[in-house]
Design a protein around this ligand. Structure first.
Ligand SMILES: Nc1ncnc2c1ncn2[C@@H]1O[C@H](COP(=O)(O)OP(=O)(O)OP(=O)(O)O)[C@@H](O)[C@H]1O
Ligand SMILES: [Mg+2]
Length: 377
């Protein structure tokens, strides 16, 4: 899907607005604090039901307001809406005007990926973000996985409760057996997904980081030591598990490690290169999601100028051109967008259907179209 219309109400500092997005390429330019990240946050929110920068959803409503609304319309006129009212505690999820109970119903219709200036630090900073990254891809590519994953987490909770409450051995053994079976199943599906992701990566590294594209290796860590069965690993660590109060091994502890030679990639690459690497991985994932054909992915890139020099931005522009994906980019200065704009043949004629992108200026929460897009207040 491509979002053609975005409407926000009481969302951060954004004035109540409706904007028309271009199906492929969109640029939002504005000063610090103007509302660029808030705009991406609104698009992210409709795809994930949460923010990428706060877990406190009440912080999203504009100051002194106790509700907010985000809605979008896609290229086929599908409408998705999400609103929160903090007075009544009601979350309204709407698809084509009909109410739905689960946020995952929204997410089935839109795949939003984001890269911010902080993303690569989080991604290389610990397994949490890497797990989230892979989970997002799996949700959109392996459609049965959500049910399997929910069941796994239910059993994990049961097993953790047994450990925490020091329940008898036979109860713990019962849950451990199911836990091991489900872990094996989850690890296998995930390993197939990671294999596909790794296969897609060299193409994007070839564009974005050609100097290292043949030097990177990727390791998939299933969540327990390779040389043991999960049951052996759990049996060996039961005393430690009791002192921690949760399961130390299992499919929830998976990770993906990136290496150059024997060294962690992040210890070998500069900050800009780490960002390009994460972008390559994000593009690889977008390609896999797009190939499944349920939704066309939407890629948000916040503050594109951060860390990236002109040459890197040119490479990024090439990568975007070969990705069949809607892209929304923010920048503080219009200058940094030059490589992206140079690559497309722009018509200044508003009636011309061959408009290749939409450009907006963001100022104090207001959004003004620059070229051929229209703002409706
Ligand atoms: N709940 C809220 N209600 C109203 N304004 C808010 C709310 N939360 C944050 N703001 C303000 O919204 C403004 C826009 O923030 P945002 O992060 O979107 O800016 P930005 O354009 O991305 O800036 P930068 O270039 O520095 O990243 C900021 O001034 C911020 O203080
Ligand atoms: Mg910002």
């Amino acid at each position: 899907m491509s979002v053609t219309k975005l409407t926000t109400y009481n969302f951060r500092n954004l004035s109540s607005l409706t904007i028309d997005l271009h199906p492929n390429l969109n640029f939002f330019v504005g000063d610090n604090g103007s509302g660029k990240s808030s705009l991406l946050e609104a698009l992210f929110f409709i795809g994930h039901g949460k923010s990428f920068r706060t877990s406190k959803v009440e912080h999203i409503a504009s100051y002194e307001k106790d509700n907010f609304v985000v809605s979008i319309k896609d290229i086929n006129d599908l409408q998705l809406g999400l609103s929160k009212d903090f007075n009544t505690g009601v979350t309204l999820i709407k698809i084509n005007g009909e109410r739905h109970a689960r946020l995952s119903e929204l997410a089935k219709n839109i795949a939003v990926q984001i890269v911010t200036p902080e993303s690569f630090k989080l991604f290389f900073g610990g397994p949490r973000e890497r797990r989230r990254f892979v989970e997002l891809g799996m949700f959109h590519v392996k459609h049965d996985f959500s049910t399997q994953w929910r069941e796994f987490n239910r059993v994990l909770k049961q097993r953790n409760a047994c450990i925490r409450n020091q329940l008898d051995k036979s109860t713990l053994d019962y849950w451990t057996t199911i836990f091991c079976e489900l872990s094996e199943e989850v690890a296998e599906v995930r390993s197939h997904y990671v294999t596909d992701l790794i296969a897609e990566l060299p193409y994007w590294l070839g564009i974005l980081l050609p100097s290292i594209s043949d030097k990177v290796t990727v390791q998939y860590l299933q969540g327990w030591p390779q040389k043991k069965t999960l049951l052996e690993a759990l049996n060996d660590s039961i005393d430690r598990e009791k002192s921690y109060g949760y399961s130390l091994y299992g499919a929830h502890k998976f990770d993906v490690k990136f290496l150059i030679g024997k060294h962690a990639l992040e210890s070998q690459l500069s900050r800009g290169q780490q960002k390009l690497f994460l972008l390559a991985l994000t593009f690889a994932q977008a390609k896999l999601i797009g190939r499944v054909n349920r939704v066309k992915p939407i890629l948000l890139i916040d503050d594109i100028g951060a860390e990236l020099d002109l040459h890197s931005r040119q490479s990024l522009s090439n990568a975007i051109s070969s990705l069949d994906c809607q892209v929304v980019i923010t920048a503080i200065e219009e200058d940094v967008l030059q490589p992206f704009i140079d690559d497309v043949d722009v018509s200044k004629n508003e009636s011309d259907k061959n408009i290749k992108y939409h450009m907006f200026h963001v100022k104090h929460g207001g959004i003004l179209p620059v070229n051929n897009s229209v703002m409706i207040e």
